[in-house]
Each structure stands twice: as structure tokens, then as C-alpha cells.
Design a binder for this molecule. Sequence first.
Ligand SMILES: [Zn+2]
Length: 319
Amino acid sequence: MTASSRLRLKGFALGTANNTKSIDDEGETAISKRFWFISAFIVTTLTAIWLTNPGQWRSSPTVTPTDDPALTEEADNDNLIERTSPLAQIPILMYHVIGDGSGSLAELYVNPEVFASQLEYLYDNGYNTITLRELYDHWQTGAPLPARPIILTFDDGYRSDYELTFPALRQYGFRAVHFLYVKKFDHPNSLTLEEIAELVDAGHEIGNHSYNHLELHTASPASLRRETREAKAALEGLLGLEITSFAYPVGRYNADAVKAVAESGHLLAVTTEYGYASPEQGLLTLKRVRINRSDGLQGFINKLKRYEELEPRRDDKAN
Ligand SMILES: [Zn+2]
């Protein structure tokens, strides 16, 4: 359901309530007057809504979902729209830092305004963010997913995850998966435990991104164990929660690494290979869609085009 149709329904509900009250309290003339007044009000409102581009309405800076608690509530209800068939493919977007950087790693930095426009695009086009755990439950047990689901992942636990990404996502009721590695906690640019707790409280997922951020395809058996099993245990101990997803550092893995990830109790794992994720890839070697600084908004939209053909937005259908 779009914001405009929600408002439309609200308008009708309001009109009905007023109408009932007038029948109880007043004579027939008053009812008639009120009826015409309400009718005129509804027609005017509907015309105004019709004239307003729903996309612009939803993204209007003065009518954001968080400004209106009722809208936020109903946005949550959108998540209850069940898909009728198993999800064959899903974009798992891969971000690193929201901010501005230069040098050889500049492509890992997505400009905050560009990021905001990408989120606005997702919201306006009927996307709903889910976590990897929710994807796993859907693929394994058929648990329902919201319409046009998408997963946003952020690797390495940069402070921007909390300072910039979190408030930007919250504006649209979006959630993300943050892949953290244990050694990063010593770094001044790391998320703090309190910040991570806030993210978790808001429905974000924390995933394991190893102990030392080592490339696993060349790791010894002992090192593999440390980077997978011990890292998972350490993160779970630090954060007081269960971790079920894994991201291979620098996207490097081999059969031994996949085995170690599986044996340490991870349910899903993601690589850096480009593409939409599907169960046929193997639940522990899922592809992701890398979002680069140079993508801007248009490159971002292009990367989702094929998915939008596969996965029509359901809120349009509901209208
Ligand atoms: Zn990383």
C-alpha cells in the first residue's frame, strides 16, 4: 500500500466516524449538510492526492515516515504482506563506509547525500529491507517475507554505520546487516558495544566477519578455526547475541573455508562475487551486489533493474 492510499483510507475512516456521530447528535438537515460537506472534503482530498505524485509524497522531507507515528505504524504493517511464492533471487547490497574518502580505497566510500538518495529510491519503489536471518528462515521453512525484499550489508564495522547509516536508514524504517570482525574493536574507528546494542535493538543484524580479517583461502587449519568458530564465539560473548551469518574477508574463500564456516554454526555466508543471491549458489557462498562510490544514484538503480522485473512491487497491486 502506498502512502497516498494509506492517507486515502484514513480519509474515509475519518469521514465515516464523523458521519455516524452526526446521525446520533443532530437532525436530518444537519446530517444532509454534513454529508455534503464531508463528500466535498473527500473529493477535494482525493483530487489533491491524485494530483500529487505518490513517490514525491512519500519522500517529501516534511512528511517523512518518522514524522508521523501513524504512517510508521502502517509502514510496519506493509511487512505483513506475504509473498505467495518462494523468493528465487534477492539483491544483497554490499557497502563499506558512508562518507567521503580518497586514494586507492575511494570506491569503498559512498557519499552520504548519494546514499540518502539511494534509500529514498528504495522507499519510493516499494522495497522492504530484511535481514539474512529472515532470508534463511524463508528459504528453509517458507517463512513469509515482505514485498520486494532487499538486504543491505555493511562490512568492517565503521563508525559511519552508527553515525550516518543508522539515522539515514531509520528515517525509512530500514534495517541492515553489519559484518564485524573481532580485532576491529581495538581500533578508534570501530563501533562501540553501546552503539551495536542500539543497532540490534532497532532490528539490525550483526554478522561475523572473522577475527583478524584474514583472507581465508590461504589460512592454516588452526587459523581457519580462529577466524570462523572462535570469532563467532568472541562476538557472541561481547554482544550477548547469537550470530548466524558470515562474510568472507576480502571475499576470499575455498572449500576448506566454507567447511569451517558451516561447522562453526553459520547458516548463511556472503562473498564479494557480483550478482543477486539465490539458494542454488549454496547458502554459504551467496553473491552480493557491490555498491561503489562511482555508481551514484543512476548506477545504483541500474543494478536493481533486473530484480524489479522479477519482483514486482506489491503495494501497487494492492491499490
Ligand atoms: Zn571486510
